[in-house]
Ligand binder design. Structure first.
Ligand SMILES: Nc1nc2c(ncn2[C@@H]2O[C@H](COP(=O)(O)OP(=O)(O)OP(=O)(O)O)[C@@H](O)[C@H]2O)c(=O)[nH]1
Ligand SMILES: [Mg+2]
Length: 293
């Protein structure tokens, strides 16, 4: 048995969370087409007869605007401390840019193998993939370069094989059925946040966070109570929507997914509450759990 920790880092929106979900074979991290979806370190566990790999999904590294943004970057860097190797994800379907350089510059201080994953290759022809590899192979002394498509499940096995070479331990960290160390409470809140990301635009989803206020269970149903915390009343209005329709849709979509996860009927109650400028206030960030790592 070989085992180890592998941190998945990269710019926002390159497909890190989609990749971790594919690697562990279950949706454990929320995904959206908007940058800065992930806000916490999320462990995803892959186990087979020969190995156990604990993947750590991280917030995308970006130029921070809020205090919260600083914390998210720090989490991404911090996650590399305990890792045996890093997986750096780059979106193969976009041009190399300043953001990539920003991340690469920060790698220079990491004395660990860095495996480059070129993601979203389903959007490219074979010729374009080869050209991309050629373009990136000298920007950093990568231990390996693996092009993948998480959506099409293309080359994921090869990535697992490559990663196996860098595992340094030989203990099982988790029981073999476990796919994440995240609590159910956290996953339920994230499901609500994912629906907000899906249904609202621009700054709206980023100015929200979700907190579970209560959860009870009876014979037939699990009752889930979640507060959607927003940073100003104008956002609260948008989240609730005309005649409460937006909140209703968020709730409906979230409930379906919660029922899939919990395998039981769910009653979900959402409550929207304003905490002015929570993203910039240390006190709120502490209370909302952004200082825990
Ligand atoms: N075509 C294609 N799209 C993908 C693939 N992987 C991810 N995406 C899309 O890319 C977008 C971003 O995916 P995420 O997994 O949320 O990206 P992330 O890197 O975790 O983003 P942050 O959490 O914001 O840092 C979503 O719309 C995904 O559906 C892929 O293999 N192919
Ligand atoms: Mg993510």
């Amino acid at each position: 048995m070989r085992s180890g920790f592998i941190s998945i880092i990269g710019r926002p929106n390159v497909g890190k969370s989609t990749l971790i979900n594919r690697l562990v074979g279950e949706k454990i991290a929320i995904v959206s087409d908007k940058p800065s979806t992930t806000r916490n370190l999320i462990q995803g566990i892959y186990t087979d007869d020969e190995k156990q790999i604990v993947f750590i999904d991280t917030p995308g590294i970006h130029k921070p605007v809020h205090r919260l943004g600083n914390k998210l970057n720090n989490q991404a860097y911090y996650s590399s401390d305990d890792a045996d190797a890093l997986v750096l994800v780059m979106d193969a379907s976009t041009e190399l840019g300043k953001g990539d350089k920003f991340v690469i510059d920060r790698l220079s201080s990491v004395e660990k193998p860095v495996i480059l994953v070129l993601s979203k290759i389903d959007k490219l022809t074979n010729e374009e993939i080869l050209k991309k590899i050629d373009e990136v192979k000298d920007i950093y002394p990568f231990a390996d370069i693996v092009p993948v498509s998480s959506i099409k499940n293309d080359n994921i096995d090869r990535l697992l094989d490559v990663i196996s070479k860098y595992l340094t331990d030989n203990v099982m960290y988790f029981p073999d059925r476990e796919v994440t160390s995240s609590s159910i409470e956290f996953r339920l809140c994230e499901i609500v946040r994912e629906k907000i990301l899906e249904l609202t635009d621009e700054e709206i989803p980023h100015s929200c966070t979700c907190v579970l206020s209560d959860m009870t269970e009876d014979d037939k149903t699990i009752n889930v109570y979640i507060d959607i915390v927003v940073d100003r009343d104008a956002v609260k209005k948008i989240i609730i929507g005309k005649k409460g329709l937006m909140l209703k849709e968020i709730g409906m979509k979230a409930r379906v997914e919660m029922e899939n996860l919990l395998k039981k009927q769910v009653y979900l109650e959402l409550y929207v509450k304003t905490l002015r400028k929570w993203r910039d206030k240390e006190k709120y960030l502490n209370e909302l759990g952004f200082n825990e790592f």
